[in-house]
Design a protein around this ligand. Structure first.
Ligand code: UD1
Length: 339
């Protein structure tokens, strides 16, 4: 019998790609979203890629009665929780908004999952490692005190899941993403930043298309080979596939222990300058950029040791940085054509 996965925040950047991969892998997916930070673009794109309408529920996960009603309406085997605020700077200015939204919503998911015997996958972040002492980081690398309320909600939600698994006999996985970038090869779904993008790749594509005048590279005097920061950029489709592997591992009861954590990255560090140069080369264009002062709070260098995910999930990043950066550019052009 087909298994059903509930994807909270399923109309967003990562949620929409995960929905596509889950459906193509044979799962029934229920998308749930309050549409507070996106429009219908990605939902429509998902349906266009799959050639059919998927069940969509407009709900706010902070509404516990609505969450319970949703879990009662469908037989849900696993829930993947993406529904959360995600702007680091905004979280510093509005901590209460971030704590209320990101914590309440996940507590409601956990409560319903406990009652209905649902497996839980939480979307965590490499931000929990802070500035690591040793790179690459493994899942055993220590978490550092969060430098923003956003980062703190990721750590707290990981702990909520760990404790609920322990107390209630549930099963849960936290995936710690490195830097998700790119778009679906169809160019029908992708990232839709509101206002001025904070993240590097949307800023690059918006500069290339002429929406932004100039990309600022934040610092070239870091202790790295070319002086710019090092990150592990993971293709969004590769990242989405990791969720299929993790959900399947839970549903097929192949877990080594009831709560597991996996790094989802490529294991390859890339500097900001290398990424910019690759983008120019693969898309055959020149990007207007300048070196700017360091951005406060930036980590110098972090990349994943993805061995555990490779071995236990049977997952590996497969897309090249060239494919990924071409997909990001195709998506920006798709958006420009639409506007
Ligand atoms: C950031 C968040 C992280 C979050 C992730 C989501 C911080 C400290 N970290 O990670 O918590 O999970 O986004 O994707 O905010 N850069 C430029 N110019 C730009 C934008 C970025 O040079 O206009 C550089 C940054 O200095 C950094 C790299 O590009 O070295 C990547 O930046 P970004 O895409 O914002 O991701 P992170 O800061 O790694």
């Amino acid at each position: 019998m087909k298994k059903t996965v509930l994807v909270s925040g399923g109309a967003g950047f990562i949620g929409s790609h995960v929905t596509v991969e889950l459906t193509q892998a044979g799962y029934d997916v229920v998308i749930a979203d309050n549409m507070s930070n996106c429009d219908e673009t990605n939902y429509k794109g998902v349906c266009a890629i799959l050639g059919r309408q998927l069940p969509f529920e407009k709900i706010d996960f902070c509404d516990s009665a609505a969450v319970e009603a949703l879990f009662s309406r469908y037989t849900i085997d696993a829930v993947i929780h993406f529904a959360a605020y995600k702007a680091v700077g905004e979280s510093v200015d509005e901590p209460l908004m971030y704590y209320k939204n990101n914590l309440d919503s996940f507590l409601n998911v956990l409560e319903a999952a406990r009652k209905h015997g649902t497996h839980v996958l939480f979307s965590s972040s490499a931000t929990v490692y802070g500035e690591p002492e040793k790179t690459p980081v493994t899942e055993e690398s220590p978490r550092q005190e969060a430098t923003s309320p956003y980062g703190n909600t990721k750590q707290m939600c990981e702990d909520f899941l760990r404790d609920c698994v322990k107390a209630y006999g549930m099963h849960g996985i936290a995936l710690r993403y490195f830097n998700p970038i790119g778009a679906h090869p169809s160019a029908l779904i992708g990232e839709l930043p509101r206002g001025v993008p904070n993240n590097l790749v949307p800023f690059i594509t918006q500069t290339a298309i002429g929406k932004r005048e100039c990309l600022s590279i934040f610092g070239n005097d870091y202790p790295t080979p070319d002086g710019t920061c090092l990150r592990d950029y993971i293709d969004i489709v590769d990242l989405a596939r990791a969720h299929v592997c993790a959900v399947t591992r839970m549903i097929e009861e192949r877990m080594d222990k009831p709560y597991e954590i996996f790094n989802i990255g490529t294991g390859r560090p890339l500097s900001v300058l290398e990424l910019v140069t690759s983008f120019e080369k693969v898309n055959n264009l020149k990007l207007n950029y300048r070196i700017a002062p360091r951005r406060p709070g930036d980590v110098v260098a972090i990349w994943a040791d993805p061995t555990l995910a490779n071995e236990k999930l049977g997952w590996k990043a497969t897309r090249t940085i060239e494919e990924t950066l071409a997909s990001a550019w195709a998506w920006e052009k798709h958006l420009a054509g639409r506007a």
